[in-house]
Write a protein of this length. Structure first.
Length: 230
């Protein structure tokens, strides 16, 4: 995985057909997705349950590019090895998921994955200050984690700007997760984000048998984020 700050669109398969993940991953990549965002929920850290490492391992062969695994689980540490073995390129844990985030980030890197750290909307940017040399990605949650299709929380744009200043020249991605669509994408892109997760705004109106819609949706978000209005 090489580093750059170009806009990357990461469709969240939380909005895909759960009975058809392999074909859905192939369809979004064929339609221009840069990364595939995989939301793991445990019904404890967040009030919803999705799936675990076995499902990640099953979909891995259907993803050519980056598999970006967002762990909304607590505890995190006992499961890091399993998600790394399942083929995750990026493993993102929540700073709110436990008291030993520093150790968690070390464990993710030791398992051979890029280390991501997610911040809930109420968590300040300053909380990552002493972790900046431990992370490859900071995920700013622009909704409360747990469900797709929620409304973008605008106060988080300021947090993105603050994180972008704190990061300076370090090779750290800023990812935005929640409520990203063509109207909100430019706000976070201008603030310094480079990875835009989008569930409902990508999968809306399309399907594996009608995948062109995915392409149109991805292009609409990218075009808006890059400030190219046609
Ligand atoms: C929310 C998940 C998101 C979600 C985004 O807990 O982490 O990845 O799928 O969905 P949208 O883009 O519909 O807000
Ligand atoms: Zn997510």
């Amino acid at each position: 995985m090489s580093f750059d700050r170009k806009i990357k669109i990461a469709p969240s398969i939380l909005s895909a057909d759960f009975a058809n993940f392999g074909a859905e991953c192939e369809a979004i990549e064929a339609q221009g997705a840069d990364w595939v965002h995989v939301d793991v929920m445990d019904g404890h850290f967040v009030p919803n349950i999705t799936f675990g490492p076995a499902t990640c391992a099953a979909i891995r062969p259907h993803i050519k590019g980056v598999m970006d695994v967002h762990l909304m689980i607590a505890p995190v540490d006992p499961y890091i090895e399993a998600f790394a073995k399942a083929g995750a390129d990026v493993i993102t844990a929540h700073i709110e998921a436990g008291p030993h985030t520093h150790r968690t980030l070390q464990a993710i890197r030791a398992a051979g994955a890029k280390a991501g750290l997610a911040l809930n909307p109420g968590t300040p940017a300053a909380s990552v200050e002493y972790l900046l040399d431990m992370v490859d990605l900071i995920c700013v949650m622009t909704v409360n984690p747990g469900f797709g299709g929620q409304k973008f929380i605008h106060s988080q744009v300021e947090k993105v700007k603050e994180l972008r200043r704190m990061i300076g020249t370090r090779p750290i991605h800023i990812e935005i997760d929640g409520g990203v669509d063509p109207t909100t994408a430019p706000l976070v892109a201008d603030a310094g984000a480079d990875v835009l997760v989008a569930g409902s705004a990508v999968f809306r109106g399309g399907s594996v048998s009608n995948p062109d819609v995915y392409g149109e949706n991805i292009r609409a978000i990218r075009t808006a984020a890059e400030g190219i209005y046609v």
